[in-house]
Design a protein around this ligand. Structure first.
Ligand code: HEM
Length: 210
């Protein structure tokens, strides 16, 4: 269970993010430029990772739209509980949240079915205050973005995982030119009950001349 929660979740997320990048090559250059500028200033450090706002937005948007959990965050009611809409569940009820439906709700996200790699960057820039802006970064949980869960049992590994995914993506961007093999795109996802995972794809890597 721990392997699945930590290792596979991270590699799935990274694979989905890489697929999205290759499917939307217009992001390659702006993301690459961000990495080069930040690394020149901060080196490959935690402080640098925190400054990669474009990469962060791209990862969060991938998690919003492709995240592995379609339905999840299962909970067991230990006592009767009444939700804000008046629905009451008795003690002993097992319930969960429709994560993907929340993530693709147009009332929460305009054009929710569309992938917009800078969706969260734009929200972040609108805030004009670092504390409020932090609400839109990958590691921040909320009722609208459930990829790392919510509340007391939200993912404790998300700070590590987000940095791993961002660092891998940043490294690939500055080291290689990457693309899907000719005529191919994101493969059809694999669905297992309320869970989904990326299928295999061939990706071409060519070392960049610097
Ligand atoms: C991108 C990668 C990851 C994703 C998408 C992810 C997602 C999640 C989700 C959705 C939950 C359930 C939260 C809830 O029910 O509210 C969870 C819980 C958990 N995750 Fe992660 N996780 C990731 C990486 C990691 C890593 C790297 C570790 C450990 C190093 C980790 C350790 C845990 C643990 C121990 C829990 C259970 C927490 C609890 O029940 O209190 N996860 N994760």
């Amino acid at each position: 269970m721990l392997n699945f929660a930590s290792v596979h979740s991270t590699s799935l997320t990274f694979t989905q993010t890489l697929y999205r990048l290759l499917a939307h090559p217009e992001y390659l250059e702006p993301l690459r430029q961000e990495v080069e500028a930040v690394v020149a200033e901060e080196g490959w450090t935690k402080a640098g990772m925190d400054k990669m706002h474009k990469i962060d937005s791209f990862v969060r948007e991938t998690q919003r739209i492709d995240g592995p959990i379609i339905f999840g965050l299962n909970r067991l009611a230990l006592a009767p509980f009444t939700f804000s809409n008046g629905v009451t569940i008795p003690a002993g009820t097992l319930f969960g949240l429709p994560v993907h439906s929340v993530h693709t709700d147009d009332e929460l996200y305009p054009d929710a079915q569309e992938f917009d790699g800078f969706r969260f960057l734009k929200l972040r820039e609108k805030e004009g205050d670092d504390v409020l802006a932090a609400r839109h970064q990958t590691v921040t949980t909320s009722a609208e973005l459930l990829g790392f869960g919510l509340g007391r049992h939200s993912c404790p590994g998300r700070f590590l995982a987000a940095n791993e995914v961002k660092a891998l993506l940043a490294h690939i961007l500055v080291t290689y030119n990457v693309k899907f093999e000719e005529g191919k795109g994101i493969p059809r996802e694999l669905r297992i009950a309320s869970f989904r995972a990326p299928r295999n794809a061939n990706i071409l890597f060519r070392k960049r001349q610097r």
